[in-house]
Design a protein around this ligand. Structure first.
Ligand code: NDP
Length: 309
């Protein structure tokens, strides 16, 4: 079996090759170079150049080195007939659950406000929030959203979730489709975005939707910068409709130093680290999927091009 490997992040390519070779010891795995036309069965890629996959019509499938496929679909580099498979979980679900739960607890226990008071040398206990008024809504109930929902339930939060198709998950009040979005939003004092970025979900966090949340709501975006209409957030913070935001992803990354979000103490910023791909785990998962495909078995993570995720 022959496998082509490519990543736009050349600094990590040797480590990836090592982990992939250890996951698939019987395969010949080669680093793609421009002009490579030798036959290959599978390609494992991250933001490949256009010519790479066009030159290999014999491929059986392409593996994307990440959970989100918005970047590779926007590049339009994967021929339509070629199955595209993403990493699902790959060690990211646990990290997302940690990050989201921490952010929710920080708001619920008012630690964001205590941090500001402490910097000013102010010793002032604040009125605790009532958990019954602190419902958490998770946009996207996929691999990552479900894990976040489970984690929050352990802390006693009322959790609701929104997905494209209806879901019946234990302990989660489910809402589905555009018709139920506003009802879902009204139930969420904290809104966590865990959607894929598609033409349907781009800009879903905007003035109109965020205005449906209860007043003084909190926004946590861990999915993609394109979900938030960034210009809509400052006025909502000024009016008190949104009390605080935790943003891990941005329209432009790295977030430009001149961006006003840096100066707003109500916005917590992290550099797209809420869940990092764990290389050895992802390589192991890709290896298992390739072996399953070779046996003619179905695999998880097959991207539906018509849905965009
Ligand atoms: P999944 O594909 O497993 O789940 C996506 C969920 O979103 C599903 O529940 C799906 O509904 C729902 N959804 C999709 N489109 C719509 C829509 N139009 N309306 C309502 N619901 C919709 O994705 P993952 O959980 O694995 O990952 C989600 C995203 O997280 C990734 O696409 C990626 O962009 C982001 N991510 C961010 C990382 C970071 O470090 N910040 C790291 C990893 C991922 P249904 O169940 O009906 O299909």
């Amino acid at each position: 079996m022959h496998i082509l490997f490519q990543t736009a992040d050349t600094a990590s390519q040797d480590a990836w090759l090592r982990d992939l070779r250890s996951a698939l010891p019987h395969a010949e795995i080669r680093l793609w170079q421009a002009g490579d036309t030798a036959p290959a069965d599978y390609a494992i890629v991250w933001k490949p150049p256009f010519e790479m996959l066009q030159a290999h019509p014999e491929l059986k499938a392409v593996f994307n080195l990440g959970a989100g496929v918005d970047a590779i679909l926007q590049l339009k580099v994967v021929p339509e007939q070629l199955p595209l498979i993403r990493i699902d979980d790959g060690g990211m679900a646990e990290q997302m659950a940690e990050f989201a739960t921490h952010a929710v607890l920080r708001y619920y226990r008012r630690l964001d406000q205590y941090e500001l008071l402490a910097r000013r040398g102010v010793w002032k206990p604040l009125e605790p929030f009532d958990k019954a008024d602190f419902g958490v809504g998770v946009l996207g109930l996929g691999v990552l959203g479900q894990r976040i929902s489970e984690s929050l339930q352990h802390f006693g939060f009322n959790v609701s979730g929104w997905s494209r198709s209806p879901k019946a998950l234990p302990g989660v009040t489910g809402y589905a489709g555009a018709g139920q979005l506003n009802d879902f939003l009204r139930s969420a004092r904290v809104l966590i975005c865990m959607l894929p970025l598609t033409p349907d979900t781009a800009g879903v966090l905007n003035r109109d939707t965020l205005s449906q949340l209860p007043r003084g709501a909190y926004l946590i975006n861990l999915a993609r910068g394109g979900h938030l209409v960034e210009a809509d957030l400052p006025p909502l913070l000024e009016s008190g409709q949104i009390a605080g935001a935790t943003l891990d992803v941005f329209h432009d990354e790295p977030l430009p130093t001149s961006h006003p979000f840096w100066q707003d103490p109500r916005i917590a910023i992290t550099p797209h680290i809420s869940a990092l791909t764990i290389r050895s785990e992802a390589a192991r998962q890709i290896g298992e999927k390739i072996l399953a495909l070779q046996r003619g078995e179905p695999v998880l993570g097959l991207v539906d091009r018509s849905r965009g995720y």
